[in-house]
Design a protein around this ligand. Structure first.
Ligand SMILES: NC(=O)c1ccc[n+]([C@@H]2O[C@H](COP(=O)([O-])OP(=O)(O)OC[C@H]3O[C@@H](n4cnc5c(N)ncnc54)[C@H](O)[C@@H]3O)[C@@H](O)[C@H]2O)c1
Ligand SMILES: O=C(O)CC[C@@H](O)C(=O)O
Length: 529
């Protein structure tokens, strides 16, 4: 009986997420606000964890969730609350919902621009305090001003579009923004050192990475125009908060609007109370529309993965749509078996792996096929490997991986071939699908052998000589091993031959040793699939 798929929603999320999981037959628990310790104590029961930005998913939580946890879904964009390298190393897929809250967050940034320009929160507070300080609040217009965008991806480009509507001039610093895209967006692509002194308003829209941490450092802030106003609705950590405070106090910076902070939740912060500062508690994505979007999207994506194997918006593994998944499934099974065979018979350290797809297979997404090959090969070395962590493990071990696609058809309408580069030369196995679904080995180290790779098998290399098959059958029979299938191939008459024999029970070391003693036998490897 297959086990019930279970998902934990570990943060406050729109109820539509839970409804979708249930509709798709997944059992779901909703437990937000748990301490890391409490979360760690319960995660082992779940195949998936869905989060927003409060629940932090550390390596320790993942370890407590293994071996069951397969996917972590982020109902939002930033995955900085999830230890993604740790997830990759453990074979756990991490997915986000990259577009669901972009408009909402861009609108929050624009709202912050207006709030800064007209000191709306301060004026509101003063008015409601009965002060009527009409002369205290003298604002600036946005029209005609220069907006400096740091980061011009999904959200940055929406902000640019809205800023154009407000008649602002937009300059953008983003090393990954192509000149063509900049033209399309109507923004002037500039270096950071040019943006800082030119911008009347600066708004940040980059992820927090080693390159962007402290991008508005003390030195950078010192280069800004006097009277600059700064908005951060991206990530805390992009601005040096102490330097920002000094800039606000000295009057060099006229205002700063922060939705995000270096430490969150920011219940205390040295910046609080500084003149010109406006804060919101990480509300960028908090609209009904955005929360419905990301909740639906994360639940659909996680369900597709857990139920169908489809992978969308994963940040640590190539995508595989729910439509592609059924077509790729038999190929991935074939690829995994070829890898598994090669991993067991390569005989020495593997230094490189070439994965070739030919004919019908060449029309498919090759990444999942190569991931399955690598997982198959490495399963001989590790129980916890899967197609998510296999590419990382290969890289870690210095194994070069190449993917080769050949459109033409050879002897088979579809073929997957895997060549392992070893100190003993290349070791190549080839396989096909019969009837588009039945995985079959068709060649092993250049010798044609047609075999289903299944269950317990023995791989034997021997001299092609009379009497060998009889002797092998007798030896297996005397050890109580029933032969399920027997597949033979030879390089040439009286030359090197191979046998792949499926048996009903596992082959012990002793039996393998006895088989090695048979006349003409060169190599015996027990296999399991
Ligand atoms: N406040 C919120 O609630 C909220 C909501 C949604 C997103 N966010 C955050 O907003 C940020 C932007 O999200 P997005 O969807 O636009 O992401 P995105 O990936 O579409 O865009 C990020 C842009 O930053 C650029 N970039 C990367 N490194 C850079 C560098 N060193 N210097 C300059 N630019 C660099 C990238 O090229 C890319 O164009 C993310 O940090 C995300 O987590 C916050
Ligand atoms: O879930 C939230 O409220 C914040 C989301 C935001 O930080 C994101 O990166 O998408």
């Amino acid at each position: 009986m297959t086990e019930q798929v279970r998902v934990l929603i570990a943060d406050k999320m729109d109820p539509r997420a839970a409804a979708i999981f249930r509709e798709r037959g997944i059992q779901v628990d909703e437990k937000s606000g748990l301490s890391p310790e409490d979360l760690q104590a319960i995660v082992h029961d779940y195949d998936g964890i869905a989060v927003r930005s409060s629940a932090k998913i550390s390596a320790a939580i993942m370890d407590a969730a293994l071996p069951r946890l397969k996917v972590i879904g982020r109902a939002g964009i930033g995955v900085d609350t999830i230890d993604v390298p740790a997830a990759s190393a453990r074979g756990i897929v991490v997915m986000n919902t990259p577009f669901g809250n972009s408009i909402t967050t861009a609108e929050h940034a624009i709202a912050m621009l207006f709030a800064l320009a007209r000191e709306i929160p301060q004026a509101d507070q003063s008015t409601q305090a009965g002060k009527w300080e009409k002369n205290r609040f003298m604002g600036v217009e946005l029209a005609g001003k220069t907006l400096g965008l740091i980061g011009c991806g999904n959200i940055g480009s929406i902000v640019a579009d809205r800023a154009h509507g407000l008649k602002m001039k937009v300059v953008a610093y983003d090393p990954f923004l192509s000149p063509e895209r900049a033209v399309e967006l109507g923004v002037e692509k500039v270096e950071l050192d040019e943006l800082l002194p030119r911008a009347d308003f600066i708004t940040l829209h980059t992820p927090l990475t080693d390159q962007t941490r402290g991008i508005l450092s003390r030195e950078a802030l010192a280069k800004t125009k006097k009277g600059v106003r700064i908005v951060n609705c991206a990530r805390g950590g992009l601005i040096d908060e102490a330097a920002l405070k000094e800039g606000l106090e000295s009057g060099h910076i006229a205002g700063a609007a922060l939705d995000v902070f270096a430490q969150e939740p920011a219940k205390e912060n040295a910046l609080f109370g500084t003149p010109g500062l406006i804060c919101t508690p990480h509300l960028g994505a908090s609209t009904n529309e955005a929360q419905v979007n990301v909740a639906i999207q994360v639940a659909e994506q996680m369900s597709d993965f857990l139920l169908l194997g489809g992978i969308t918006n994963a940040v640590n593994v190539p995508s595989l749509s729910a439509e592609e998944a059924p077509r790729l499934k038999p190929y991935m099974a074939l690829a995994e078996k070829l890898g598994r065979l090669l991993g067991q018979i390569a005989g020495t350290e593997i230094r490189s792996i070439d994965i070739e797809v030919e004919g019908a297979a060449a029309e498919l997404n090759i990444k999942p096929i190569s991931g399955a090959v690598l997982a198959g090969i490495m399963r001989s070395w590790s129980d916890t490997v899967n197609m998510v962590n296999a590419p990382f493990l290969a890289k870690e071990r210095g194994i070069g991986v190449r993917e080769i696609r050949t459109e033409r058809e050879g002897d088979y309408h579809t073929l997957v071939a895997v060549t392992a580069g070893t100190d003993n030369g290349p070791r190549r196995v080839e396989g096909t699908l019969f009837g588009n679904s039945a995985a079959r080995l068709v060649k092993i180290f250049g010798i044609p052998v047609e075999a289903e790779l299944t269950g317990q098998m023995i791989y034997i290399v021997n001299n092609d000589q009379p009497g060998f098959i009889g002797a092998l059958g007798t030896e297996l029979g005397e050890n109580g091993l029933n032969i399920a299938t027997f597949n033979l191939g030879r390089r040439k008459e009286a030359g090197e031959a191979v046998a792949l024999v499926a048996v009903d029970d596992p082959i012990t070391r002793e039996v393998a040793a006895q088989l090695r003693e048979l006349p003409g036998v060169r190599e015996v490897v027990p296999l399991s699939f």
